[in-house]
Design a protein. Structure first.
Length: 214
């Protein structure tokens, strides 16, 4: 889980036809052990003095033909995702809750939930603990973008997509959940289905940043 990458999967109808080359963009080694390059200094000051951060990755999040910026930042145990406007201004920052050591943002997938809503699905490896028993956990986060506006963009913690455990007796288990989008109730809004074997959870978007997972 130490290799960090973003998978930008852009599924936006007619816009997608103009961006076939960008359908699946995999960017590895995002987490740099140095400051941003000289050309990014002004944007860096708007966020704060970044210590360990990725470069700024550009992607059109709301289909307005302007590319927003995404920065993942680690600072003294805090994991933060920054969203910047196409002009380099900070729109919002979202903090991710680490479970233990070695926490890292593994991947971001951008999907279309409905005609009016896109979602950023964050695959966050929340870390591991090794006090008596070993436990490792990866968790999903959802960031909504409604009607092309960032005004009501918010983050929701979702189910686990990865779990690993070993107790003091040597009993071990590992679960890697499959994440899929399906319109289960045929209302025009896709649900996020998280499944491993017979275990499954469904997360339904209610609008205005509200989610129900069950």
């Amino acid at each position: 889980m130490k290799v960090l990458f973003i998978a930008m999967i852009l599924g936006w109808g007619a816009w997608q036809a103009r961006a076939l080359a960008q359908d699946e963009l995999y960017i590895k080694k995002m987490l740099l052990q140095e400051r941003l390059q000289e050309s990014n200094k002004e944007i860096k000051k708007m966020v704060y003095d970044l210590q360990v951060s990725t470069p700024i990755y550009k992607v059109d999040l709301n289909q307005d033909k302007y590319k927003e910026g995404i920065i993942y930042h680690k600072d003294n145990g805090r994991d933060v995702l920054h969203i910047l406007s196409h002009q380099g201004e900070l729109i919002k920052s979202f903090e991710l809750d680490a479970f233990g050591k070695n926490a890292v943002l593994d991947r971001i997938s951008i999907k279309q939930l409905s005609a009016e809503t896109n979602v950023m699905i964050l695959y966050f490896y929340a870390g591991e603990q090794e006090y008596i028993d070993y436990k490792g956990q990866g968790r999903l986060y959802f960031i909504n973008i409604d009607k092309g506006s960032f005004a009501k963009m918010s983050i929701q913690k979702g189910p686990s997509f990865w779990s690993e455990a070993k107790d003091s007796y040597g009993n071990y288990h590992r679960r890697h959940y499959k994440v899929d989008l399906k319109d289960l109730n045929h209302d025009g809004v896709k649900e996020i289905l998280v499944k491993y074997a017979s275990i499954s959870q469904v997360c339904m978007y209610q609008g205005e940043g509200k989610w129900v997972c069950k």
